[in-house]
Design a protein around this ligand. Structure first.
Ligand code: KE4
Length: 435
C-alpha cells in the first residue's frame, strides 16, 4: 500500500525549522514508530484528512477529547456564536458557573471546581491543594502513570516521557522530586509500605484510576478500594487523575464506574470539548483552601475561557443524552472483538495482550499479563511499529506509541469498525514477522 506523503514531508521539514522536533507535543513526532507524521488538514466525525489528501479512521481523538467525533455540529455552532461575543475577558462569566454545575452534577465527589487550561495545570494545582490542605509534603505516584509535565511529577512518567525514554526528565532538579515517592501500578503493598515509612508526611496518593499512559492498564480487583482505605487510614488525600478517564468511561468517569470516592479529582480533555480546559474538583471543605478564599495560590489568565467553556457545555450536554455510553460501549466492544480475532488469525493470540475499559483500549505486543510499567514496557516496540504503519497505510490512525490508548468516539460506525478490522488482519500479519 503506498500512501502519498510528500506534502506532510515538506510540512514536517518546514516545521522542524521553527518548532522543536516539528511538533508542540513530543509524542506527535513519530519518534517511537519512525516515519513522517501526517500533517492534518481537517477532521469530521471519526475521520481525519491529511495534507496529502489521505483519509484515516481516527483513534487518537486528540488523545481523548474527541469523544463525540471531530467538529460536532452542535459544538461548532455554539462556539461560533460564543467567539462573536469575545474570546476572553479576564473576568467572571456565567458560562464558568454553568460548566462547573454540570461537572458537579455528574461527579458525586465534586462540590466545587477550579478550571485551568490543561491537564498538567490541573494535576499540579491538585497536588498543591493536597499539600496545602494537609500540611504534608510527600506525594506517592505510580511508575508509568503520566500526570502532565510539572517538575515534581516527571518521575518515571508514562506517555510521551516513556515513549521518548525520558521518564525522569533532565532539567528537573533533585529538590523538585525529593517529595515524590514511587510505587508500581497495581501494587498495594508498595503503597502501604510507603505510607507506613513516611507516616504523617504523605499528603496524597496520585493515581490514574485506569492507567492510560503506559498503554491501557486497568486497576486490579480491589486496588482502587485498597488505595482509598490506605489514604483514609493514613490521613492522606486520594487524588484520581481523571484527565483522560473523566467523562470518557462514564458521566462520573472511572470513579463512577468503580464506585470509589476520591478526595480530589482532576479533569481535562473532554470537559473542554477539545479546547484547552482542565479542572480540579473536590468537596467545598477541601476546595476552600484555594485562593482567593484560602491560602493555596492558584491562578490562570485563560482559566474558564468563555469559548472553551461553551465547547465544554455543548459537549457535556450531548454526553448526557440517553444511551450515549451504551452505544459507545457497543462500538468499542465490537472493535475490541474484531482486533482480537485479527490477532488470533495471525497466530498471535498468546503473544499479544488486549486491554479495554469502555472506549479506551490497546494491544500490547507482549504476552499477558500486563499489569504495570514493567510488564507494559516488555512489549516488542518494533512489532508495534510494524502494526502501526500497516494500519496507517490502510487508513487507520492509531497513536504513534505502544504506550498510548486507542479512543473510540460516538462517530465511529460500522464502516469505521469494518475498515479497522480488515486493516488489522493485515497489520497483525506484518507484526507477526517480528514477534
Ligand atoms: P495535558 O497537560 O497534556 O493537557 O494533560 C496532562 C495529563 C494529565 N493526566 C493524564 C491522566 C493524562 O493522560 C494527561 C495527558 N495525556 C497525554 C496522552 N497520553 C497527552 C498527550 C501529549 O502529551 O501530547
Amino acid at each position: 500500500m503506498t500512501r502519498k506523503t510528500s506534502n506532510s514531508q515538506a510540512a514536517f521539514e518546514r516545521a522542524r525549522n521553527v518548532l522543536v522536533g516539528g511538533v508542540n507535543s513530543p509524542v506527535r513526532a513519530f519518534a517511537a514508530v519512525g516515519g513522517v507524521p501526517p500533517f492534518i488538514a481537517k477532521a469530521r466525525g471519526a475521520r481525519l484528512s491529511d495534507v496529502d489528501g489521505n483519509e484515516y479512521v481516527d483513534y487518537v481523538a486528540a488523545y481523548g477529547p474527541a469523544i463525540l467525533g471531530h467538529a460536532h455540529e452542535e459544538v461548532v455552532v455554539a462556539m461560533a456564536k460564543a467567539v462573536r461575543l469575545g474570546t476572553s475577558y479576564g473576568a467572571p462569566t456565567q458560562l464558568e458557573t454553568q460548566l462547573a454545575e454540570a461537572v458537579a452534577a455528574a461527579v458525586p465527589s465534586i462540590e466545587q471546581v477550579r478550571f485551568v487550561s490543561s491537564g498538567t495545570e490541573a494535576v499540579m494545582s491538585a497536588v498543591r491543594l493536597a499539600r496545602g490542605a494537609t500540611g504534608r509534603s510527600k506525594i506517592i505516584k505510580c511508575v508509568g502513570c503520566y500526570h502532565g509535565h510539572a517538575d515534581s511529577l516527571l518521575v518515571q512518567a508514562g506517555s510521551g516521557a516513556l515513549t521518548l525514554g525520558v521518564p525522569s526528565s533532565p532539567g528537573v532538579p533533585a529538590g523538585a522530586t525529593a517529595d515524590t515517592l514511587l510505587a508500581p501500578y497495581n501494587d498495594l503493598p508498595a503503597v502501604r509500605a510507603a505510607m507506613e515509612e513516611h507516616e504523617a508526611q504523605v499528603a496524597a496518593m496520585l493515581v490514574e484510576p485506569v492507567a492510560g499512559n503506559m498503554g491501557v492498564v486497568p486497576p486490579a480487583d480491589g486496588y482502587l478500594q485498597g488505595l482509598r482505605d490506605l489514604c483514609t487510614r493514613h490521613g492522606a488525600m486520594l487524588i484520581f487523575d481523571e484527565v483522560m478517564t473523566g467523562f470518557r468511561l462514564s458521566l462520573a468517569g472511572a470513579q463512577g464506574l468503580f464506585g470509589i470516592r476520591p478526595d480530589i479529582t482532576t479533569l481535562g480533555k473532554i470537559i473542554g470539548g477539545g479546547m484547552p480546559v482542565g479542572a480540579v474538583g473536590a468537596s467545598r471543605e477541601i476546595m476552600k483552601n484555594f485562593s482567593p478564599e484560602g491560602p493555596v495560590y492558584q491562578a490562570g489568565t485563560l482559566s474558564g475561557n468563555p469559548v472553551a467553556m461553551t465547547a465544554g457545555l455543548a459537549t457535556l450536554r450531548l454526553l448526557r443524552e440517553d444511551g450515549f455510553y451504551e452505544n459507545l460501549e457497543k462500538t468499542s466492544a465490537a472493535i475490541d472483538a474484531g482486533l482480537r480475532q485479527a490477532a488470533a488469525a495471525a497466530g498471535l493470540q498468546n503473544r499479544v495482550t488486549f486491554h479495554r475499559v469502555g472506549s479506551m483500549l490497546c494491544c500490547f505486543f507482549a504476552p499477558p499479563p500486563v499489569v504495570d510499567y514493567k510488564t507494559a514496557t516488555a512489549s516488542n516496540k518494533a512489532a508495534f511499529a510494524a502494526y502501526f504503519h500497516a494500519m496507517l497505510d490502510r487508513g487507520v490512525y492509531l497513536a504513534p506509541s505502544q504506550f498510548e490508548a486507542m479512543f473510540v468516539s460516538a462517530a465511529h460506525g460500522s464502516a469505521e469498525v469494518d475498515q479497522t478490522i480488515q486493516a488489522a488482519h493485515e497489520a497483525f500479519a506484518a507484526a507477526a514477522k517480528l514477534l
